[in-house]
Design a protein around this ligand. Structure first.
Ligand code: BMA
Length: 889
């Protein structure tokens, strides 16, 4: 709220903005009470707005912790019943004098019928749409009753499917899920996924309010920044709603932008504009901003993220005392997705097709990152700011510059995108269609149109948004006949084009002409479009982005990976830690791979078998081992981390050979305690993968590749704007049994800015000693080590010789000083002393917090790492809580 634009008062639930524009909040409070009831009213409990049926029933004790045990299926009755939320609130007489009184429901999940004081006022069918209903005639002074009656989403999906069937008929049995999510504009993963349970929720998952005013309001702003010579042109579009339908709105609109050096740019103009039948219109303002007064916004790792406050106000002529105000933060950067045949570089095969890279502020940047799924399976909890912030900080701290908001989730909260703006995390934003064919009947297309318009307008101003994509994997699914669509290919293709090309594309390109709209991910980009939107081979490595999963080949081996211009998904599963599993079950019988519980939580068909196969390629684990399950969990994380390290480094190396320009692994986070592809467990604990990401995404990295001949190609990767010259790569060969290298060599190294380059091919071992040795690499520039250590193990670890049981001593001290963003009390220094090489040393504690690094390959007698605690603990408490494990044959 901005005090400059008028009197701002917060009284009861009413925000008064200027004398006559006000908002009555309908979020649960002492003044606004909500009741949740099932169809036959046998259950009647307090409701929450924002909220949802599962969280409210859990709060009221009707159901237990939904994420424990088998509760996902045991509580499924909830989604088969139908529920209503009834809210009671008071309206003051003054408010009723306003010409406009409208109910604004920011998020209704999903199929609902709405009544105010027993009069019907509308229906909803899309949880991603903001609904605005005129309630002037139905409100009264004093007590009012608003009732939202929800249909069972499972029933509603079935009813639509009976009329508009589209493939697939259902999700695989292993998902324990529900069918026909594709019929509803609802979070697709709420009917289950291969990493998540089904919780087909209902409720008002975002805030609700009643707005009162006389003239007009600014609902949203879009901002378009374009660089012209030495200035930025900022085009601001205000989206206005007014009581005047199909009439002229006269008034004054003004924009203020404080820039650097205590200066402010202020522009305004008279407004004389005709509204449409629904009372909406747009007003445009243009600012010319010298490049000297604003700093440029950069993605994480490439520079800072300055943001500037833009305030826009609107005053209509008839209602001088009424000012509508909107505030957004803008960033100044250019960003293009370059698909250009002439820019293709690399070897002969790579020299075909089109490039696919993001050019930010004129520089081609390799995008390092991951894929984002909702932060919680219940949509209202997925917007929790602490959870979102922790996850985004974890992405920032591991050098990620891009996250893909995947199409099976939700459009994230304003807070999410604002944090991405602040942290420099670019967003690849899918529209919310995933792994399915979708209907194209008029009712469906109609609501999709509104959904796309509203969400593009809401999110467009964020500098973090890099690109829009129509759907997740639907082009490749249709081409590959994933859902038995082959016999009806033409019909499905027609519907595909109707939805993503004829309906969504023009809306996105019209509202946001500065950003590329890709029709699908993966796709061949422009080449898919040239081939009529369903390319012959949407995975063609010469074009666009690819998703690559191969559970059969050895994922630790870099030579298995096909080239790509941009890897927007790739991954491998692991299990969550025992600590995280214990938040879902304490029954010791559950802690076995073959237990009903473990089978229930593994949704990926054959998932455990694939993990076991990968693991047994490299690590020794006997079924008869008394600690089999605990080791299986630990080793699954080692194996996942090593596989993702291999694949990610392969993509970063391939910037030199194939002009690969992005690596976003699948997946950053989790929605429950189950086997999945995530690097961060549900609850926030980092798996070994997330720690490894800190190294494999490091800005400067020596990255070795073990070739098929057994030699090692050594790449130097440089994400910095300055070249690396006159540096040297240090290679040390160790015996597994000793901390003293048996051979060390140094090679001169150089690489251009923002690129990778093969430095040389080295051969260090022979058939006789390759089981006894391994190599360590790092870069030395100006006499100091300037890249994380990296390693090559010439043979599968299960066959190495000489690795000893280590002696490990751990002590904890307080550091002398800490980084400015940390509190000294919360930072501890952990000293680790070892007497021999240790593989994958893994520290654990039950204190809330995280180590700054973990999963070490220890090749020095003494290493240190910080622990950042979230609790108030003493040195002794932390020291006593730390346990560790490691790998040994
Ligand atoms: C891709 C993703 C997700 C899925 C993942 C792992 O298909 O788009 O739909 O969870 O792979 O199977």
């Amino acid at each position: 709220m901005n005090t400059r634009v008028g009197l701002v008062l917060l009284c009861l639930n009413i925000t008064v903005i200027s004398a006559s524009f006000s908002k009555l909040h309908l979020i649960s409070s002492n003044d606004v009470t909500w009741t949740l009831e099932n169809n036959n009213k046998s259950i009647s409990v307090p409701g929450s707005v924002p909220g949802g049926v599962y969280s409210d029933l859990q709060k009221a004790g009707v159901i237990k912790d939904i994420l424990a045990g088998f509760n996902d299926v045991l509580t499924r009755w909830v989604a088969y019943d139908s529920w209503s939320y009834t809210g009671q609130f008071h309206v003051h007489g003054n408010e009723l004098k306003k010409k406009v009184a409208q109910l604004v429901l920011e998020g209704v999940d999903t199929v609902a019928f709405i009544e105010l004081n027993d009069s019907p006022i509308g229906t909803t069918n899309n949880m991603f749409v903001r609904y605005v209903f005129d309630v002037k005639e139905h409100l009264k002074e004093g007590l009012n009753v608003l009732k939202i009656s929800f249909a069972s989403p499972i029933e509603a999906a079935k009813v639509r499917s009976d009329k508009h069937f589209t493939a697939p008929a259902c999700v695989p049995n292993d998902y324990n899920g529900e069918c026909h999510a594709n019929q509803l504009r609802k979070m697709q993963a709420s009917f289950s996924w291969d990493w998540g349970p089904a919780f087909p929720s209902v409720g008002l998952w975002k805030p609700a309010s009643i707005e009162f005013y006389n003239g007009a309001i600014i609902r949203s702003l879009t901002t378009h920044t374009e660089k012209k010579d030495a200035a930025w042109v900022l085009k601001i579009v205000a989206y206005i709603e007014s009581k005047a339908k199909n009439k002229e709105v006269n008034g004054y609109i003004n924009a203020i932008l404080p820039v650097d050096g205590y200066r402010t740019i202020n522009i305004g103009r008279q407004l004389k504009i005709n509204t449409r039948d629904d009372g909406t219109c747009e007003a445009e303002l243009n600012m010319n901003i010298s490049e000297n007064v604003v700093r440029v916004w950069w993605p994480n790792g490439f520079g800072n993220q300055p943001l500037y406050d833009l305030h826009v106000t609107l005053k209509t002529e008839e209602n001088h005392d009424e000012i509508s105000h909107k505030h957004v933060k803008v960033g100044f950067r250019t960003l293009e997705l370059i698909e250009d045949a002439s820019k293709v570089v690399g070897n002969t095969t790579a020299g075909q097709g089109l490039t696919f890279y993001f050019k930010v502020n004129g520089y081609p940047l390799f995008m390092k990152g991951s894929n984002w799924i909702p932060a919680h399976i219940l949509p209202e909890l997925g917007y929790n700011e602490d959870t979102v912030n922790d996850l985004l900080l974890a992405a920032r701290d591991t050098h990620m510059a891009m996250l893909r908001v995947w199409g099976g989730g939700v459009y994230e909260s304003d807070y999410f995108y604002q944090r991405c703006d602040e942290l420099g995390i670019l967003i690849w934003q899918d529209f919310l269609f995933a792994c399915s064919m979708y209907p194209a009947d008029p009712e469906f297309l109609d609501t999709v149109r509104t959904e796309i318009e509203q969400n593009v307008i809401r999110l467009q101003h964020h500098p973090s948004i890099a690109v829009w994509a129509g759907n997740n994997e639907n082009e490749v699914a249709l081409r590959g006949n994933w859902y038995a669509t082959e016999s009806n290919f033409d019909k499905y293709k027609e519907e595909y084009i109707k939805l993503y090309v004829d309906t969504i594309k023009p809306i996105v390109e019209g509202l946001d002409p500065g950003r590329r709209y890709l029709v699908s991910s993966p796709s061949n980009g422009l080449e898919s479009e040239r081939e009529g939107y369903i390319a012959q081979n949407p995975y063609d490595s010469h074009y666009g982005d690819t998703h690559y999963y191969n559970y059969l080949a050895d994922n630790w081996n870099q030579n298995i990976y096909p080239p790509t211009r941009f890897a927007s998904e790739y991954g491998f599963q692991s299990l969550p830690s025992l600590k995280t599993m214990h938040t879902a079950t304490n029954d010791t019988e559950d802690f076995k791979v073959e237990s009903n519980y473990s089978q229930h939580r593994q949704h990926s068909p054959n998932g455990y078998k694939y993990i076991e196969d990968q693991l047994s390629n490299h690590l020794k684990l006997e079924k008869s081992d008394p600690k089999y399950f605990a080791k299986f969990v630990f080793y699954s994380q080692i194996s996942q981390a090593m596989a993702m390290k291999a694949e990610t480094e392969y993509y970063r190396q391939s910037q030199a050979d194939w002009y690969t320009m992005g690596a976003l692994y699948w997946q950053l986070n989790d929605v429950w305690q189950a086997p999945s592809w995530s690097g961060i467990e549900f609850g926030g604990q980092w798996k070994m993968l997330h720690y490894f990401a800190k190294s494999f995404f490091a800005p400067v990295l020596v990255s070795p590749r073990l070739t098929v001949t057994g030699d090692v190609d050594v790449y130097l990767i440089n994400d910095r704007f300055v070249p690396i010259v006159d540096a040297q790569i240090n290679v040390d060969m160790f015996n597994w049994s000793s901390l003293i290298p048996i051979k060390s060599e140094k090679y001169p190294a150089n690489v251009d800015p923002l690129s990778s380059k093969k430095q040389n091919t080295i051969a260090f071992w022979d058939e006789n000693n390759k089981h006894e040795v391994f190599l360590r690499f790092y870069l030395e520039a100006d006499g100091v080590s300037s890249s994380p250590d990296n390693y090559i193990f010439p043979v599968p670890l299960k066959t190495i010789e000489g690795l000893l049981e280590p002696k490990i001593e751990i002590t904890v001290t307080k550091p002398e000083s800490v980084k400015p963003n940390l509190h000294k009390n919360n930072v501890f220094k952990i000293h680790i002393q070892v007497d021999t090489v240790v593989l994958f040393l893994w520290l654990e504690t039950n204190i809330e917090g995280h180590f700054e690094d973990n999963g070490f390959v220890v090749t020095q007698p003494h290493i240190q790492v910080n622990f950042i605690s979230k609790e108030n603990v003493s040195l002794i408490q932390l020291q006593e809580s730390i346990t560790y494990k490691y790998y040994v044959n």
